[in-house]
Each structure stands twice: as C-alpha cells, then as structure tokens.
Design a protein around this ligand. Structure first.
Ligand code: SF4
Length: 187
C-alpha cells in the first residue's frame, strides 16, 4: 500500500502596506511578473493594497513601504509590528524617510499655510483642512526604525524586482536574506 503523500507545507502569510511612500516600491514588487505565480504557491496575502483588507492579521512577514508623516502611519506601523513575526523596511522612505523627509527642514505650520492659504489660485478665505477625521501630521517625517524594531531592510528607491525576489526567496526558505552583487543599491 502506498504511503499517503506528505501534507503540503503551510503557506506563509504576507502583509504589505504603504505609509508615507509613493507606491513605487509596491509597483516594483509587482514587477516580479510571472514569479508572482511561484510566490502565491508559497504565501497568502493578508492586509495589502493587493487584497484591500483593512486590518492586519497574524503574519509571518510584513513589508512596510514609506516612512511616518502622520499619526495614522504610526498606528498602522505599530499594528504591523505587533502582528508580523518578521518586519521589513522596504525602500528609502521606510529606511531613512526618503523624499517626504525633504520637508523636515521646514516648519509644518508654515508649510500647511503656504499650501492651503497662500498659493496662487486659492479661493478667498481658504483654510488649512482641520476635519477631525484627517490624520494629524507629524512635525517631522521619521524612518520607521525610530518607532518600532525592524528585522531587515531592503534598500533602493525602489528596490528592483530582482532584489524583491531574491529577498523573499531567502525569507521563504528560512535563510537570512543575502542580496548579491547588483541587487543592493540605495538610489
Ligand atoms: S523608496 Fe522610492 S519608490 Fe519607494 S516609496 Fe519611497 S519614493 Fe517611492
């Protein structure tokens, strides 16, 4: 009598989020193209722009694009840290604040007034939006490691599709990710 085939290994659960980023890192992730078929054999997606789930569940891997520019970013990041065994800072914005951090040498109140009240073409009496549903902006844009512990960083603006694939292949195999020559860059 033939032995029953071994059960399929449990799929890893993967969550992704874009905080103060431009979604360019997510677009580069999708550029793994046909390798997405191999990926979904090994992982199932939790909260992500790809699933539109609004809350993150228990996950093996969390990929975080973007830094922290408002209070909601901080809350979402803390939820990811609490739910993801391995948390990865993806791209320059998550790692060091990136382009959004260029506002850090400006005062946030002056910046908001310049954008919403002092620009050419605004209606008379225009005000800085203050609806309580809007997330409060932070005085500075922060990299995510300033708020939670990060297990790994995947550098680049954005990291290339090949870098994503190498990184995830290593993580899925239980190895420490090693980006080879040409995959590690910071621009
Ligand atoms: S690192 Fe670059 S591509 Fe990624 S979110 Fe920031 S600006 Fe966009």
């Amino acid at each position: 009598m033939n032995a029953a085939p071994p059960p399929a290994p449990r799929k890893l659960r993967l969550a992704t989020v874009s905080l103060a980023g431009c979604f360019g890192c997510h677009m580069s992730f999708l550029d793994i193209d046909e390798r997405l078929f191999a990926l979904i054999e090994r992982v199932e997606f939790d909260r992500s722009p790809l699933t539109d789930l609004k809350a993150v569940g228990r996950c093996d891997i969390g990929l975080v694009e973007g830094g922290l520019c408002n209070a909601e970013n901080v809350q979402v990041l803390r939820e990811f840290r609490a739910h993801c065994k391995t948390l990865v800072a993806v791209g320059a914005c998550a790692i060091n604040g990136g382009l959004p951090a260029q506002r850090n040498h400006l005062r946030i109140d002056e910046l908001l007034r310049a954008v919403y009240q002092q620009r050419d073409g605004l209606a008379a009496g225009a005000q800085v939006p203050d609806d309580p549903e809007l997330p409060l902006p932070l005085n500075r844009v922060h990299p995510i490691h300033e708020v939670v512990h990060i297990d790994y960083s995947l550098p680049g603006c954005p990291p290339s599709a090949d870098a994503f694939w190498q990184f995830l292949t290593d993580l899925m195999a239980g190895r420490t990710p090693q980006l080879g020559h040409g995959l590690m860059h910071y621009d």
